[in-house]
Design a protein around this ligand. Structure first.
Ligand code: ADP
Ligand code: MG
Length: 505
């Protein structure tokens, strides 16, 4: 495993480091909304999934959805976090046309989940820990639609009142790649827990990325002392829902801040939007402070009190999490911690790997899955779901290698053919006559011919043997010739043995 690579940006006046903390909004997987029984189904006609509570009619009373609370607890446990048996809902007051209540019911001072931490695997081959500050439950707002009519804005309240979990990280993230890796890992945990479907395209998982820059060493001082003044002023990049855009936006934003500081202007704390067409971030509004929202306890709701037994029961029934999967991959299949971590962090990759590895040699399976298959998918910019080689076929290919029907080298040819849609591995081997020749008679014949035709090479082998070489170099030459003559189909082990016998080694 490699070390955590420092991510340094060069300015006019010296180096800078970048620090990030993320607020991830994850839509709770639930049939009904957080405080009403209205459905959450995606794609309904506008304003059809709206109860009187969601429309904020006067006198309506919110009632907490126990299922959503359970999902939040489950998630908290999955984040190795403190579950607070006593929490409270507060009103966050602001005006927006798609917020009919005039406030959002959220949790402020007393969130349901407190501090935790998760282990994240970076793409560069190291892992790092990110502290979780809190997780709280809150309502989503409705949606304003500005582009249906030139002079009016439409409001769709279907999303109004849908339960969100806001998961706030500590500022422990230190490069654009790490930010993307963090969201990936978090998403993997949520999907494994089935507490959020992780669908970023639909906006069911989206991140506000807080970015600041400081001089090298500032972050370490912050970690030593806990004093935020060692970090720079942050800007918040709102509603990011693609790994690529997260990275682009951070890079742009960090450089923008460096330029501002170096030109003596300084950074204003504000909320910014990333424009995917220009690749730039632009100011949306200056950042409100908490007191601007006039938070106060929602008088319509009692504090939320959980029973320890109930929490323990949820803990006992937690499904396998990515980190546990990682441990299992290490112990059951003999994978390196890094390989195991990368596979386990992506449930599609993990499922694919397990389908290939089950009942087979784990190391061989990871080699083919991680190197051959993922390498090829990467190169052609394909997702695992679009892989032209199914797990069943890859497993079949491994069986053919294992049984000695084909060599590892021929297997690559077969893999290519399966990739190109020429059929199943066994079928291709049969059809194209790629079966390895293990028939010693046939190999002996080729060996005899080559020995007869190359007396000087035979002499060389004998000379090397006389010099005391246990494995004369010239033997390799013979192996190569025999393989070539058999068009790569001779079983290399048999070739070696027969050659050794015939050359008296
Ligand atoms: P707010 O609602 O004002 O955005 P939160 O406490 O919900 O406040 O979230 C603040 C986020 O900003 C956290 O993820 C935190 O880690 C991050 N953060 C705080 N200070 C910095 C900083 N100097 N640089 C980068 N991120 C920061
Ligand atoms: Mg924020």
């Amino acid at each position: 495993m490699t070390d955590r690579t420092p991510y340094i940006l060069e300015g006019e006046t010296g180096d800078w480091e970048v620090v990030m903390g993320l607020e991830v909004h994850a839509q709770v997987a639930s049939q009904a909304k957080l405080f009403s029984g209205a459905p959450t189904a995606f794609g309904a006609d506008p304003n059809c999934n709206v109860s009187l509570v969601d429309a904020a009619l006067p006198g309506m009373l919110p009632v907490i959805n126990k299922g959503c609370v359970e999902q939040a607890v489950k998630t908290g446990l999955g984040l190795n976090a403190q579950v607070n048996l006593w929490s409270r809902f507060d009103r966050k007051n602001y005006f927006y046309p798609d917020l009919p209540q005039g406030y959002q019911i959220s949790q402020f001072q007393f969130p349901i989940i407190g501090e935790g931490e998760i282990e994240v695997e970076s793409d560069d081959g190291y892992s790092f820990t990110v502290g979780i500050e809190r997780l709280h439950l809150e309502q989503d707002a409705g949606k304003s639609i500005h582009d249906l009519d030139p002079s009016s804005t439409y409001v769709d309240l279907n999303r109004s009142g849908v339960a969100l979990m806001e998961i706030v990280s500590k500022p422990h993230i230190r490069s654009p790649q790490e930010a993307a890796a963090y969201v990936k890992k978090l998403r993997a945990i949520l999907i494994a827990l089935e507490t959020c479907d992780g669908d970023m395209e639909k906006g069911n998982l989206r991140a506000d990325v807080n970015v600041s820059v400081c001089r090298p060493g500032g972050y370490d001082k912050f970690r030593e002392t806990g004093d935020f003044s060692h970090l720079g002023t942050r800007c918040e990049l709102k509603n990011m829902n693609s790994y690529r855009f997260i990275q682009q936006a951070i890079e742009y934003e960090a450089n923008r801040q460096i330029e501002l500081i170096e030109s003596g202007k300084g950074v204003d704390q504000e909320t910014r939007l990333f424009d995917t067409t220009t690749g730039e971030t632009r100011s949306m509004r200056s950042k409100e402070d908490a007191h601007d929202y006039r938070y106060f306890p929602d008088p319509d709701l009692l504090p939320l009190e959980l029973q320890q037994d109930w929490v323990d029961q949820i803990r006992v029934n937690l499904p396998e999490l990515p980190d546990q999967k990682k441990e299992r991959f290490i112990s059951d299949y003999g994978l390196t911690p890094y390989d195991a971590g990368v596979l386990a962090a992506d449930y599609e990759k993990a499922d694919y790997f397990e389908a290939v590895a089950k009942g087979r040699d784990g190391k061989m399976a990871v080699n083919w899955v991680a190197n051959e298959l993922f390498g090829r998918l990467n190169k052609e910019d394909l997702e695992i779901g679009d892989s032209p080689v199914s797990a069943v076929h890859l497993g079949e290919l491994l069986d053919l290698i294992k049984s000695g029907d084909i060599s590892g080298k021929i297997a690559k040819t077969v893999f290519d053919k399966v990739w190109n849609g020429e059929g199943a591995p066994a079928e291709i081997v049969e059809k194209d006559g790629l079966k390895q020749v293990s028939d010693t008679g046939a190999i002996e014949k080729i060996v005899d011919d080559i020995i007869a035709a190359n007396p000087s090479q035979v002499e060389q082998v004998q000379a090397q043997k006389a010099e005391g070489h246990a494995k004369p170099k010239a033997l390799g030459w013979f192996v190569g010739q025999v393989m070539k003559a058999s068009q790569g189909k001779a079983n290399p082990q048999a070739v070696n043995e027969i050659l050794k016998a015939k050359l008296d080694l």
